[in-house]
Design a binder for this molecule. Sequence first.
Ligand code: URA
Length: 235
Amino acid sequence: MERIDKVISEQLSGISRKDARAMIRAGEVAINGRTASDPAQKTDPGLDEITVAGKRLFYREHLYIMLNKPAGVVCATRDRLSETVLGLLPEELRREGLFPAGRLDRDTVGFVLITDDGELAHRILSPRSHVPKRYFVRLSDDIPPGAAERFREGIEIDGGEMCLPAEMEQTSERECFLTLHEGKYHQVKRMFAALGSSVEYLKRTEIAGIRLDERLSEGECRELAPDELERLMNA
Ligand code: URA
């Protein structure tokens, strides 16, 4: 059970605890059809029907957001110079504690998962998790012969680091999909650099078997659907 003023300020962006108290005192908040007049009133937000100014509050303990990241935006919670992925979220999806679970380079586009569920993020990001991530890659030149085998065997990248086996599916002379089971710094670019190639365009298209929604234009986002969330939880 939680205080109603706390639930409202945590769930609704732009509403402070003080605002929530004022709304409650003004009679704008109801719990299961009864006006709540005391900000300290306890509620079970997962079970109770809460309305604020007549609108139903859909309680979610955590948010899980799929964002199609454009180039030029950084995967950070704040940055002095550049726009961040959090800055792209619409008002109704803004909340304290959100962060990108995993990073894409500034010039990489595609699927970024944004959440406030630290436990899940830790599982996805942990070096031992091996959650698959799929990328669409376009090189500046043709893909060198033998690339798929080198990646399948586990390629050594600069600095002597070994990569786990990765699957490459070539779709044209210069283009392929690459699935990784780990997330080293600049990994895709460094794997191709180890073959003497340079990545011209990079897009993450899947995380844990969840596909980036093609209906999302760059810069757009949506919450994960229940089946996608289940996949993520079981990843
Ligand atoms: N690999 C890279 O090189 N860059 C990314 O942004 C993601 C994977």
